[in-house]
Design a protein around this ligand. Sequence first.
Ligand code: NAP
Ligand code: G3P
Length: 482
Amino acid sequence: MFNSIVKDKNYKNLFNGDWVTSNNTIDIISPVDNSLVGTIPAMSKDEANIVIQNSKASQKNWANMAISSRAEVLHKAAALLDENVDYLSQLMQVEIAKDKHSCIAEIKRTADFIRFTADAGKHLEGETIGADNFPGFKKNKISFVTKVPVGVVLAISPFNYPINLSASKIAPALIGGNSVILKPSTQGAISALHLVAIFHEAGVPHGVINTITGRGCEIGDYLVTHNDIDFINFTGSTQVGKHIAVIAGMVPMIMELGGKDAAIVLCDADIESAGRDIVTGAFSYSGQRCTAVKRVLVINDVADSLIYELMKNIKLLKIGNPEDDCDITPLIDNKAADYVQELIDDALGHGATLLCGNKRNANLFYPTLFDNVTTDMRLAWEEPFGPLLPVIRVKNIKEAIDIANRSVYGLQTSVYTKNIDDAFNIANKLEVGTVQINNKPERGPDHFPFSGTKSSGMGTQGIRYSIEAMTRLKSTVLLINP
Ligand code: NAP
Ligand code: G3P
Protein backbone atom coordinates (compact mmCIF):
# COMPACT_ATOMS: atom_id res chain seq x y z
CA MET A 1 0.00 0.00 0.00
CA PHE A 2 2.81 2.44 0.82
CA ASN A 3 5.03 1.45 -2.15
CA SER A 4 3.24 3.85 -4.50
CA ILE A 5 3.84 6.93 -2.34
CA VAL A 6 7.64 6.78 -2.45
CA LYS A 7 10.51 6.01 -4.80
CA ASP A 8 14.08 5.98 -3.49
CA LYS A 9 13.05 7.93 -0.37
CA ASN A 10 11.32 10.57 -2.55
CA TYR A 11 7.74 10.89 -1.34
CA LYS A 12 4.87 12.06 -3.54
CA ASN A 13 1.59 13.93 -3.22
CA LEU A 14 -1.81 12.37 -3.80
CA PHE A 15 -3.55 14.09 -6.72
CA ASN A 16 -6.80 12.75 -8.18
CA GLY A 17 -5.94 9.21 -7.12
CA ASP A 18 -2.33 9.25 -8.40
CA TRP A 19 0.90 9.81 -6.50
CA VAL A 20 2.77 12.68 -8.16
CA THR A 21 6.11 14.47 -7.81
CA SER A 22 7.04 18.15 -8.23
CA ASN A 23 10.17 19.71 -9.68
CA ASN A 24 11.41 20.94 -6.30
CA THR A 25 11.76 18.92 -3.14
CA ILE A 26 12.43 19.49 0.56
CA ASP A 27 14.72 17.23 2.60
CA ILE A 28 13.12 15.92 5.78
CA ILE A 29 15.90 15.42 8.32
CA SER A 30 15.36 13.33 11.45
CA PRO A 31 15.56 15.33 14.71
CA VAL A 32 16.92 12.15 16.33
CA ASP A 33 20.14 11.64 14.39
CA ASN A 34 20.15 14.15 11.48
CA SER A 35 19.66 11.33 8.97
CA LEU A 36 17.59 11.88 5.84
CA VAL A 37 14.09 10.49 6.39
CA GLY A 38 13.16 11.30 2.79
CA THR A 39 12.21 14.17 0.52
CA ILE A 40 8.77 15.65 -0.04
CA PRO A 41 7.61 17.69 -3.03
CA ALA A 42 7.64 21.49 -2.71
CA MET A 43 4.56 22.13 -4.78
CA SER A 44 4.41 25.27 -6.90
CA LYS A 45 1.43 27.62 -6.75
CA ASP A 46 0.37 26.57 -10.28
CA GLU A 47 0.37 22.93 -9.24
CA ALA A 48 -1.53 23.79 -6.07
CA ASN A 49 -4.15 25.58 -8.14
CA ILE A 50 -4.67 22.46 -10.26
CA VAL A 51 -5.07 20.40 -7.09
CA ILE A 52 -7.67 22.80 -5.69
CA GLN A 53 -9.66 22.74 -8.95
CA ASN A 54 -9.61 18.95 -8.86
CA SER A 55 -10.81 18.89 -5.24
CA LYS A 56 -13.63 21.22 -6.16
CA ALA A 57 -14.71 19.13 -9.14
CA SER A 58 -14.61 15.87 -7.15
CA GLN A 59 -16.65 17.02 -4.17
CA LYS A 60 -20.18 16.88 -5.56
CA ASN A 61 -20.24 13.14 -6.29
CA TRP A 62 -18.88 12.39 -2.83
CA ALA A 63 -21.54 14.62 -1.27
CA ASN A 64 -24.19 12.72 -3.21
CA MET A 65 -23.00 9.37 -1.88
CA ALA A 66 -25.07 8.03 1.04
CA ILE A 67 -23.63 8.90 4.44
CA SER A 68 -23.71 5.23 5.38
CA SER A 69 -21.47 4.47 2.36
CA ARG A 70 -19.07 7.27 3.32
CA ALA A 71 -19.03 5.81 6.83
CA GLU A 72 -18.06 2.39 5.45
CA VAL A 73 -15.01 3.93 3.76
CA LEU A 74 -13.96 5.56 7.05
CA HIS A 75 -14.36 2.27 8.93
CA LYS A 76 -12.06 0.64 6.39
CA ALA A 77 -9.50 3.42 6.84
CA ALA A 78 -9.59 2.92 10.63
CA ALA A 79 -8.98 -0.82 10.20
CA LEU A 80 -6.02 -0.19 7.86
CA LEU A 81 -4.55 2.26 10.35
CA ASP A 82 -4.77 -0.36 13.09
CA GLU A 83 -3.06 -2.92 10.83
CA ASN A 84 -0.11 -0.56 10.23
CA VAL A 85 0.53 0.64 13.77
CA ASP A 86 4.07 -0.73 14.05
CA TYR A 87 5.26 0.56 10.69
CA LEU A 88 3.77 4.02 11.19
CA SER A 89 5.00 4.27 14.76
CA GLN A 90 8.58 3.59 13.66
CA LEU A 91 8.30 6.23 10.96
CA MET A 92 6.95 8.82 13.40
CA GLN A 93 9.70 8.09 15.91
CA VAL A 94 12.29 8.94 13.28
CA GLU A 95 10.46 11.87 11.68
CA ILE A 96 9.24 13.82 14.72
CA ALA A 97 11.21 12.17 17.56
CA LYS A 98 8.09 11.17 19.49
CA ASP A 99 8.55 8.31 21.95
CA LYS A 100 7.39 4.86 20.85
CA HIS A 101 4.60 4.59 23.42
CA SER A 102 3.09 7.97 22.43
CA CYS A 103 3.36 7.17 18.70
CA ILE A 104 1.45 3.92 19.16
CA ALA A 105 -1.12 5.68 21.34
CA GLU A 106 -1.56 8.43 18.73
CA ILE A 107 -2.17 5.95 15.91
CA LYS A 108 -4.61 3.78 17.88
CA ARG A 109 -6.42 6.85 19.15
CA THR A 110 -6.73 8.04 15.55
CA ALA A 111 -8.24 4.74 14.38
CA ASP A 112 -10.81 5.05 17.19
CA PHE A 113 -11.38 8.67 16.21
CA ILE A 114 -12.12 7.74 12.60
CA ARG A 115 -14.52 4.95 13.64
CA PHE A 116 -16.34 7.20 16.08
CA THR A 117 -16.59 9.91 13.40
CA ALA A 118 -18.05 7.44 10.90
CA ASP A 119 -20.72 6.47 13.41
CA ALA A 120 -21.39 10.06 14.48
CA GLY A 121 -21.97 10.96 10.83
CA LYS A 122 -24.87 8.54 10.71
CA HIS A 123 -26.61 10.75 13.27
CA LEU A 124 -26.34 13.91 11.18
CA GLU A 125 -29.93 15.08 11.23
CA GLY A 126 -31.87 18.09 10.10
CA GLU A 127 -35.22 19.37 11.38
CA THR A 128 -38.48 20.85 10.24
CA ILE A 129 -39.74 24.13 11.69
CA GLY A 130 -43.28 25.39 11.41
CA ALA A 131 -43.76 29.09 10.64
CA ASP A 132 -46.51 29.48 13.24
CA ASN A 133 -43.96 29.31 16.06
CA PHE A 134 -43.28 32.97 15.19
CA PRO A 135 -45.91 35.64 15.93
CA GLY A 136 -48.07 36.58 12.95
CA PHE A 137 -47.35 33.41 10.93
CA LYS A 138 -49.74 30.54 10.16
CA LYS A 139 -49.19 26.81 9.78
CA ASN A 140 -48.93 27.06 6.00
CA LYS A 141 -45.16 27.45 5.86
CA ILE A 142 -42.57 24.82 6.84
CA SER A 143 -38.78 25.10 6.76
CA PHE A 144 -36.93 21.87 6.01
CA VAL A 145 -33.49 22.33 7.51
CA THR A 146 -30.76 19.99 6.31
CA LYS A 147 -26.99 19.82 6.83
CA VAL A 148 -24.94 20.12 3.67
CA PRO A 149 -21.16 20.11 3.12
CA VAL A 150 -19.26 23.40 3.01
CA GLY A 151 -17.30 22.27 -0.09
CA VAL A 152 -13.48 22.12 -0.21
CA VAL A 153 -11.82 21.95 3.22
CA LEU A 154 -8.18 22.99 3.54
CA ALA A 155 -6.72 21.05 6.49
CA ILE A 156 -3.43 22.41 7.85
CA SER A 157 -1.81 20.32 10.58
CA PRO A 158 1.15 20.87 12.95
CA PHE A 159 4.26 18.76 13.44
CA ASN A 160 3.46 17.35 16.86
CA TYR A 161 0.52 15.09 15.96
CA PRO A 162 1.03 14.46 12.24
CA ILE A 163 -1.38 11.52 12.13
CA ASN A 164 -3.97 12.50 14.72
CA LEU A 165 -4.28 16.21 14.00
CA SER A 166 -4.49 15.48 10.28
CA ALA A 167 -7.13 12.76 10.69
CA SER A 168 -9.13 14.86 13.15
CA LYS A 169 -9.69 17.30 10.30
CA ILE A 170 -9.93 14.83 7.40
CA ALA A 171 -12.44 12.33 8.86
CA PRO A 172 -15.13 14.83 10.02
CA ALA A 173 -14.75 16.75 6.76
CA LEU A 174 -15.20 13.58 4.69
CA ILE A 175 -18.18 12.24 6.59
CA GLY A 176 -19.80 15.64 6.14
CA GLY A 177 -19.50 15.25 2.34
CA ASN A 178 -16.60 17.64 1.76
CA SER A 179 -13.47 17.10 -0.27
CA VAL A 180 -10.24 17.68 1.65
CA ILE A 181 -6.84 19.05 0.79
CA LEU A 182 -4.26 18.24 3.45
CA LYS A 183 -1.32 20.63 3.79
CA PRO A 184 0.70 18.87 6.49
CA SER A 185 3.45 20.43 8.53
CA THR A 186 6.71 20.08 6.60
CA GLN A 187 8.31 18.16 9.48
CA GLY A 188 5.78 15.35 9.89
CA ALA A 189 4.64 15.41 6.27
CA ILE A 190 5.92 11.91 5.52
CA SER A 191 3.85 10.43 8.36
CA ALA A 192 0.83 12.45 7.23
CA LEU A 193 1.21 11.25 3.62
CA HIS A 194 1.03 7.67 4.89
CA LEU A 195 -2.26 8.49 6.63
CA VAL A 196 -3.63 9.87 3.36
CA ALA A 197 -2.47 6.71 1.56
CA ILE A 198 -4.63 4.78 4.01
CA PHE A 199 -7.73 6.88 3.26
CA HIS A 200 -7.01 6.42 -0.46
CA GLU A 201 -6.63 2.66 -0.09
CA ALA A 202 -9.83 2.51 1.96
CA GLY A 203 -11.74 3.79 -1.05
CA VAL A 204 -12.02 7.57 -0.76
CA PRO A 205 -12.74 8.42 -4.43
CA HIS A 206 -10.17 10.13 -6.65
CA GLY A 207 -9.83 13.84 -5.92
CA VAL A 208 -11.89 13.74 -2.73
CA ILE A 209 -8.67 13.66 -0.72
CA ASN A 210 -5.60 15.40 -2.15
CA THR A 211 -2.38 16.59 -0.56
CA ILE A 212 -0.20 19.66 -1.03
CA THR A 213 3.24 19.67 0.53
CA GLY A 214 5.61 22.61 0.61
CA ARG A 215 6.78 25.16 3.12
CA GLY A 216 3.96 27.12 4.72
CA CYS A 217 5.96 30.34 4.42
CA GLU A 218 6.17 29.83 0.62
CA ILE A 219 2.84 28.33 -0.35
CA GLY A 220 0.59 28.90 2.69
CA ASP A 221 -0.68 32.40 1.86
CA TYR A 222 -1.60 31.27 -1.66
CA LEU A 223 -3.63 28.35 -0.32
CA VAL A 224 -5.52 30.18 2.41
CA THR A 225 -6.50 33.06 0.11
CA HIS A 226 -7.54 30.85 -2.83
CA ASN A 227 -11.15 31.55 -3.91
CA ASP A 228 -12.08 27.88 -4.10
CA ILE A 229 -11.20 27.05 -0.51
CA ASP A 230 -14.46 26.95 1.44
CA PHE A 231 -13.20 26.16 4.94
CA ILE A 232 -9.84 26.34 6.71
CA ASN A 233 -9.22 23.89 9.55
CA PHE A 234 -5.91 24.91 11.10
CA THR A 235 -3.89 23.72 14.07
CA GLY A 236 -0.58 25.39 14.79
CA SER A 237 1.04 28.40 16.36
CA THR A 238 -0.83 31.55 17.32
CA GLN A 239 1.50 33.59 15.14
CA VAL A 240 0.64 31.68 11.94
CA GLY A 241 -3.02 31.26 12.90
CA LYS A 242 -3.54 34.99 13.41
CA HIS A 243 -1.80 35.72 10.13
CA ILE A 244 -4.13 33.33 8.29
CA ALA A 245 -7.21 34.78 10.01
CA VAL A 246 -6.19 38.27 8.83
CA ILE A 247 -5.51 37.43 5.19
CA ALA A 248 -8.05 34.67 4.45
CA GLY A 249 -11.11 36.92 4.24
CA MET A 250 -14.66 35.64 4.60
CA VAL A 251 -13.91 31.94 4.91
CA PRO A 252 -15.20 29.98 7.91
CA MET A 253 -12.41 28.45 9.96
CA ILE A 254 -11.43 26.50 13.03
CA MET A 255 -8.21 27.69 14.64
CA GLU A 256 -6.55 25.60 17.34
CA LEU A 257 -3.51 27.57 18.46
CA GLY A 258 -1.01 27.90 21.25
CA GLY A 259 -1.48 27.77 25.00
CA LYS A 260 0.08 28.60 28.36
CA ASP A 261 -1.95 26.17 30.44
CA ALA A 262 -1.68 26.68 34.18
CA ALA A 263 -1.91 24.08 36.91
CA ILE A 264 -3.39 25.80 39.99
CA VAL A 265 -2.59 23.87 43.16
CA LEU A 266 -4.59 24.70 46.30
CA CYS A 267 -3.64 23.98 49.92
CA ASP A 268 -6.05 21.03 50.27
CA ALA A 269 -4.90 19.27 47.07
CA ASP A 270 -3.58 15.71 47.08
CA ILE A 271 -0.04 16.98 46.57
CA GLU A 272 1.49 13.60 45.77
CA SER A 273 -1.00 12.90 43.00
CA ALA A 274 -0.90 16.51 41.71
CA GLY A 275 2.90 16.39 41.48
CA ARG A 276 2.83 13.16 39.49
CA ASP A 277 0.09 14.42 37.17
CA ILE A 278 1.76 17.80 36.55
CA VAL A 279 5.08 16.19 35.61
CA THR A 280 3.35 13.92 33.09
CA GLY A 281 1.36 16.88 31.79
CA ALA A 282 4.38 19.15 31.47
CA PHE A 283 7.02 16.80 30.11
CA SER A 284 5.38 14.17 27.91
CA TYR A 285 6.69 14.44 24.34
CA SER A 286 9.21 16.86 25.87
CA GLY A 287 6.49 19.48 26.41
CA GLN A 288 5.71 19.79 22.69
CA ARG A 289 1.94 19.75 23.17
CA CYS A 290 -0.39 22.71 23.07
CA THR A 291 -2.04 21.33 26.21
CA ALA A 292 1.18 20.76 28.15
CA VAL A 293 1.23 22.23 31.66
CA LYS A 294 3.26 25.38 31.00
CA ARG A 295 3.16 27.01 34.44
CA VAL A 296 2.35 25.99 37.99
CA LEU A 297 0.50 28.46 40.21
CA VAL A 298 0.80 27.06 43.72
CA ILE A 299 -0.35 28.56 47.03
CA ASN A 300 2.83 29.37 48.94
CA ASP A 301 1.89 27.23 51.99
CA VAL A 302 2.14 24.01 49.94
CA ALA A 303 4.77 25.10 47.41
CA ASP A 304 7.68 23.30 49.11
CA SER A 305 5.84 19.98 49.31
CA LEU A 306 4.65 20.27 45.70
CA ILE A 307 8.19 21.01 44.53
CA TYR A 308 9.43 17.95 46.39
CA GLU A 309 6.88 15.83 44.46
CA LEU A 310 7.71 17.51 41.14
CA MET A 311 11.42 16.84 41.61
CA LYS A 312 10.76 13.24 42.67
CA ASN A 313 8.81 12.58 39.45
CA ILE A 314 11.16 14.50 37.16
CA LYS A 315 13.99 12.25 38.36
CA LEU A 316 11.99 9.26 37.06
CA LEU A 317 11.82 10.63 33.50
CA LYS A 318 13.84 8.69 30.94
CA ILE A 319 15.93 10.88 28.68
CA GLY A 320 17.15 9.75 25.25
CA ASN A 321 15.81 8.29 22.04
CA PRO A 322 12.21 7.71 20.94
CA GLU A 323 12.84 4.04 20.09
CA ASP A 324 13.95 3.43 23.69
CA ASP A 325 10.58 4.86 24.72
CA CYS A 326 12.16 7.77 26.57
CA ASP A 327 9.91 10.47 27.99
CA ILE A 328 12.29 13.25 27.03
CA THR A 329 13.41 13.01 23.41
CA PRO A 330 15.16 15.49 21.10
CA LEU A 331 13.12 18.60 20.28
CA ILE A 332 11.87 19.05 16.74
CA ASP A 333 14.91 21.15 15.75
CA ASN A 334 17.76 23.25 17.12
CA LYS A 335 15.74 26.45 16.74
CA ALA A 336 13.18 25.06 19.20
CA ALA A 337 15.96 24.24 21.67
CA ASP A 338 17.48 27.73 21.23
CA TYR A 339 14.13 29.25 22.16
CA VAL A 340 13.91 27.14 25.34
CA GLN A 341 17.42 28.33 26.20
CA GLU A 342 16.39 31.97 25.69
CA LEU A 343 13.53 31.62 28.19
CA ILE A 344 15.85 29.90 30.68
CA ASP A 345 18.48 32.63 30.37
CA ASP A 346 15.87 35.34 30.85
CA ALA A 347 14.52 33.61 33.97
CA LEU A 348 18.03 33.19 35.41
CA GLY A 349 18.80 36.83 34.64
CA HIS A 350 15.70 37.91 36.58
CA GLY A 351 16.55 35.80 39.65
CA ALA A 352 14.44 32.63 39.26
CA THR A 353 15.72 29.58 41.15
CA LEU A 354 16.89 26.74 38.89
CA LEU A 355 16.02 23.39 40.50
CA CYS A 356 17.12 21.02 37.74
CA GLY A 357 17.96 20.91 34.05
CA ASN A 358 19.33 23.77 31.94
CA LYS A 359 21.38 21.08 30.28
CA ARG A 360 21.40 20.55 26.56
CA ASN A 361 22.94 18.25 24.02
CA ALA A 362 22.17 19.81 20.59
CA ASN A 363 18.36 19.64 20.36
CA LEU A 364 17.98 17.23 23.30
CA PHE A 365 16.96 19.37 26.28
CA TYR A 366 16.92 17.96 29.80
CA PRO A 367 13.79 18.52 31.90
CA THR A 368 14.13 21.92 33.54
CA LEU A 369 12.25 23.16 36.61
CA PHE A 370 12.32 26.68 38.02
CA ASP A 371 11.02 27.92 41.38
CA ASN A 372 10.30 31.56 42.29
CA VAL A 373 9.36 32.56 38.78
CA THR A 374 7.76 36.01 38.79
CA THR A 375 5.51 37.86 36.42
CA ASP A 376 8.30 40.06 35.08
CA MET A 377 9.92 37.00 33.46
CA ARG A 378 9.16 35.85 29.92
CA LEU A 379 8.81 32.30 31.26
CA ALA A 380 5.64 33.35 33.11
CA TRP A 381 3.90 34.19 29.82
CA GLU A 382 5.54 32.56 26.79
CA GLU A 383 4.98 29.05 25.47
CA PRO A 384 8.35 27.19 25.56
CA PHE A 385 7.12 24.12 23.59
CA GLY A 386 9.91 22.24 25.33
CA PRO A 387 10.61 20.49 28.66
CA LEU A 388 10.64 23.64 30.79
CA LEU A 389 8.30 24.26 33.73
CA PRO A 390 8.08 27.41 35.87
CA VAL A 391 6.63 27.41 39.39
CA ILE A 392 5.01 30.70 40.35
CA ARG A 393 4.20 30.96 44.07
CA VAL A 394 0.98 32.82 44.88
CA LYS A 395 -0.53 34.12 48.12
CA ASN A 396 -4.10 32.99 47.56
CA ILE A 397 -6.72 31.75 45.09
CA LYS A 398 -7.50 35.27 43.89
CA GLU A 399 -3.89 35.85 42.82
CA ALA A 400 -3.79 32.45 41.08
CA ILE A 401 -6.90 33.27 39.05
CA ASP A 402 -5.57 36.74 38.25
CA ILE A 403 -2.24 35.43 36.89
CA ALA A 404 -3.96 32.57 35.07
CA ASN A 405 -6.29 35.01 33.31
CA ARG A 406 -3.64 37.62 32.49
CA SER A 407 -2.26 35.31 29.80
CA VAL A 408 -2.95 36.14 26.17
CA TYR A 409 -3.80 32.44 25.80
CA GLY A 410 -6.96 30.68 26.95
CA LEU A 411 -6.72 26.99 26.16
CA GLN A 412 -7.01 25.01 29.41
CA THR A 413 -6.32 25.34 33.14
CA SER A 414 -6.15 22.61 35.77
CA VAL A 415 -7.29 23.08 39.36
CA TYR A 416 -6.06 20.64 42.00
CA THR A 417 -8.22 20.64 45.17
CA LYS A 418 -10.44 18.32 47.21
CA ASN A 419 -13.03 21.07 47.66
CA ILE A 420 -15.57 20.75 44.86
CA ASP A 421 -17.11 24.17 45.64
CA ASP A 422 -13.74 25.89 45.30
CA ALA A 423 -13.09 23.95 42.11
CA PHE A 424 -16.32 25.10 40.46
CA ASN A 425 -16.06 28.67 41.75
CA ILE A 426 -12.55 28.94 40.30
CA ALA A 427 -13.62 27.22 37.06
CA ASN A 428 -16.36 29.81 36.62
CA LYS A 429 -13.79 32.60 36.74
CA LEU A 430 -11.17 31.10 34.40
CA GLU A 431 -11.05 32.46 30.84
CA VAL A 432 -10.25 29.22 29.01
CA GLY A 433 -11.91 26.69 26.74
CA THR A 434 -11.66 23.86 29.28
CA VAL A 435 -11.05 23.64 33.03
CA GLN A 436 -9.74 20.31 34.30
CA ILE A 437 -10.38 19.45 37.95
CA ASN A 438 -7.71 17.22 39.51
CA ASN A 439 -6.49 16.29 36.04
CA LYS A 440 -3.78 17.60 33.73
CA PRO A 441 -4.80 19.61 30.66
CA GLU A 442 -5.52 17.38 27.68
CA ARG A 443 -7.60 17.30 24.51
CA GLY A 444 -9.13 13.88 24.77
CA PRO A 445 -11.33 11.98 24.85
CA ASP A 446 -11.85 13.16 21.30
CA HIS A 447 -15.63 13.47 21.41
CA PHE A 448 -15.35 16.18 24.09
CA PRO A 449 -15.42 19.76 22.79
CA PHE A 450 -11.92 21.20 22.51
CA SER A 451 -11.48 24.92 21.99
CA GLY A 452 -9.47 27.92 23.07
CA THR A 453 -10.41 31.50 23.85
CA LYS A 454 -8.31 34.64 23.23
CA SER A 455 -5.10 33.84 21.31
CA SER A 456 -5.65 30.08 21.70
CA GLY A 457 -8.05 29.98 18.80
CA MET A 458 -11.61 30.04 17.60
CA GLY A 459 -14.22 27.43 16.79
CA THR A 460 -14.50 24.02 18.41
CA GLN A 461 -12.92 20.67 17.61
CA GLY A 462 -14.28 17.36 18.88
CA ILE A 463 -15.98 14.79 16.70
CA ARG A 464 -19.57 16.09 16.60
CA TYR A 465 -18.44 19.72 16.82
CA SER A 466 -15.99 19.29 13.94
CA ILE A 467 -18.63 17.71 11.73
CA GLU A 468 -21.05 20.51 12.57
CA ALA A 469 -18.42 23.15 11.82
CA MET A 470 -17.67 21.67 8.40
CA THR A 471 -21.33 21.36 7.37
CA ARG A 472 -23.76 24.22 7.00
CA LEU A 473 -27.49 24.49 7.52
CA LYS A 474 -29.55 24.71 4.37
CA SER A 475 -33.21 25.62 4.54
CA THR A 476 -35.86 24.77 1.96
CA VAL A 477 -39.17 26.46 2.71
CA LEU A 478 -42.51 25.04 1.59
CA LEU A 479 -45.58 27.24 1.27
CA ILE A 480 -48.76 25.13 1.44
CA ASN A 481 -51.62 26.70 -0.47
CA PRO A 482 -54.99 26.44 1.32
P1 NAP B 1 3.26 26.28 12.94
O1 NAP B 1 4.67 26.63 12.70
O2 NAP B 1 2.28 27.38 13.14
O3 NAP B 1 2.80 25.37 11.69
C1 NAP B 1 1.52 24.83 11.63
C2 NAP B 1 1.15 24.57 10.18
O4 NAP B 1 0.99 25.81 9.50
C3 NAP B 1 2.23 23.82 9.40
O5 NAP B 1 1.60 22.95 8.50
C4 NAP B 1 2.93 24.94 8.64
O6 NAP B 1 3.60 24.50 7.49
C5 NAP B 1 1.73 25.79 8.28
N1 NAP B 1 2.01 27.16 7.90
C6 NAP B 1 3.08 27.93 8.19
N2 NAP B 1 2.93 29.16 7.62
C7 NAP B 1 1.75 29.16 6.97
C8 NAP B 1 1.03 30.11 6.21
N3 NAP B 1 1.48 31.33 5.98
N4 NAP B 1 -0.16 29.76 5.68
C9 NAP B 1 -0.66 28.52 5.87
N5 NAP B 1 -0.03 27.57 6.59
C10 NAP B 1 1.16 27.88 7.14
O7 NAP B 1 3.09 25.31 14.21
P2 NAP B 1 3.94 24.02 14.59
O8 NAP B 1 5.32 24.45 14.94
O9 NAP B 1 3.77 22.95 13.58
O10 NAP B 1 3.19 23.54 15.92
C11 NAP B 1 3.46 24.09 17.16
C12 NAP B 1 2.44 25.13 17.56
O11 NAP B 1 1.13 24.62 17.34
C13 NAP B 1 2.46 25.49 19.03
O12 NAP B 1 2.26 26.87 19.18
C14 NAP B 1 1.29 24.72 19.62
O13 NAP B 1 0.78 25.26 20.80
C15 NAP B 1 0.33 24.77 18.51
N6 NAP B 1 -0.60 23.65 18.57
C16 NAP B 1 -1.86 23.89 18.98
C17 NAP B 1 -2.76 22.85 19.09
C18 NAP B 1 -4.18 23.08 19.54
O14 NAP B 1 -4.98 22.19 19.32
N7 NAP B 1 -4.50 24.21 20.15
C19 NAP B 1 -2.36 21.56 18.78
C20 NAP B 1 -1.05 21.35 18.36
C21 NAP B 1 -0.17 22.40 18.26
P3 NAP B 1 5.21 24.32 7.52
O15 NAP B 1 5.48 23.22 8.45
O16 NAP B 1 5.53 24.01 6.11
O17 NAP B 1 5.78 25.63 7.98
O1 G3P C 1 -0.74 19.77 20.83
C1 G3P C 1 -1.77 18.93 20.41
C2 G3P C 1 -3.00 19.18 21.21
O2 G3P C 1 -4.15 19.08 20.45
C3 G3P C 1 -3.01 18.38 22.48
O3 G3P C 1 -3.45 17.09 22.37
O4 G3P C 1 -3.99 14.90 23.31
O5 G3P C 1 -1.78 15.95 23.80
O6 G3P C 1 -3.84 16.88 24.83
P1 G3P C 1 -3.25 16.14 23.65
